[in-house]
Design a protein around this ligand. Structure first.
Ligand code: F6P
Length: 324
């Protein structure tokens, strides 16, 4: 392998730049040329490539977002789109690539690998932490800290006005951000997609909390929770059934996806980037790098896509005890 490429794809996450930097610098260290692909698979189809060197990634380790830009590319889902992408890679003399992204990006990489045999390694980058084969994805730690900081601020005003706040956090399919942030910020209840305890339990818990003398409360809601009500409907529901509460809603939204990556995410990105390049040069392919018990390990991309991350039951128990 003489020339590798790196791209970011799907929803961005803090730490992606640190991973790009790591891939580029490891290539330089190993004397392998490296092309940056802009705009994810869309850029691969269009041949939006730039030759990078070790200095191309100066001063990005501390930056959120991705300097390579990202996209969710429909065309890459079609055989014609992937054929165009393959032609572009061949024309540019690219022998393999490292893709930083979530499960949609890995799905694309795996199909591409099967069709053309191109060596590929994935680095898990998503704030949702929902990739099988790694205990942490890039950006999860940063997003979690962003959410906790935001909820701490909401708590200040909630407590001044003795209010109940529904705080919606990201997590379309999984509740890792909600559960961890809920525990870290001392939420009264945490509503996650993995577990629907029903609205009665919410009302009971809020009643109990009022009775026990708590004046304000925070309920953290993952956007994919299964109560069947969004945060605004939950507000109405509580106002109707528990009129003692003055309720407000806060949707944190995309602030969760940006910001300066934490030291944890920067270190993780640096480690994953090194192993991704080493792996591909050792002949490994169609694998994802992950971290398990503080070791960088490889998992077949197909398992990473198909497998499911499990919600931390122990943490749910801790949360229940904390809300006594
Ligand atoms: O990055 C994952 C995620 O944050 C999900 O939790 C969320 O539903 C989604 O991205 C929203 O992303 P976008 O606005 O880019 O479609």
């Amino acid at each position: 392998i003489k020339k590798l490429a790196v791209l970011t794809s799907g929803g961005d996450s803090p730490g992606m730049n640190a991973a790009i930097r790591s891939v580029v610098r490891t290539c330089a260290y190993m004397d392998v040329e490296v092309m940056a692909i802009y705009r994810g698979y869309q850029g691969m189809i269009e041949g939006d490539f730039v030759l990078f060197n070790a200095r191309s990634v100066n001063n990005i380790i501390n930056k959120g977002g991705t300097i390579l830009k990202s996209a969710r590319c429909q065309e890459f889902r079609t055989p014609e789109g992937r054929k165009k992408a393959h032609e572009q890679l061949t024309r540019a003399g690219i022998d393999g690539f490292v893709v930083i992204g979530g499960d949609g990006s890995f799905r694309g990489a795996s199909i591409f690998h099967k069709e053309f045999g191109t060596p590929v390694i994935g680095i898990p980058g998503t704030i949702d932490n929902d990739i099988f084969g790694t205990q942490y994805t890039l950006g999860f730690d940063t997003a979690l800290n962003t959410v906790v900081e935001a909820i701490d601020k909401i708590r200040d005003t909630a407590s001044s006005h003795s209010r109940l706040f529904f705080v919606e956090v990201m997590g379309r399919d999984v509740g890792h951000i909600a559960l961890n942030a809920g525990v870290a910020a001392g939420a009264e209840e945490i509503l996650i997609p993995e577990e629907n305890l029903g609205l009665d339990r919410l009302l009971d818990s809020l009643k109990r909390s009022k009775k026990s003398g708590k004046s304000s409360s925070i309920v953290v809601v993952a956007e994919g929770d299964k109560t069947g009500k969004n945060v605004f409907e939950l507000k109405e529901y509580v106002e109707k059934n528990l009129p003692v509460y003055d309720v407000r809603v806060s949707v944190l939204g995309h602030i969760q996806r940006g910001g300066v990556p934490t030291a944890f995410d920067r270190v993780l990105a640096s480690r994953m980037g090194v192993r991704a390049v080493e792996g591909i040069l050792e002949g490994k392919t169609n694998l994802m790098v992950g971290i398990m018990d503080n070791q960088i390990v490889f998992t077949p991309i197909d398992e990473a896509i198909k497998g499911h991350t499990k919600i931390d039951r122990e943490l749910i128990r801790v949360s229940d005890i904390m809300t006594i």
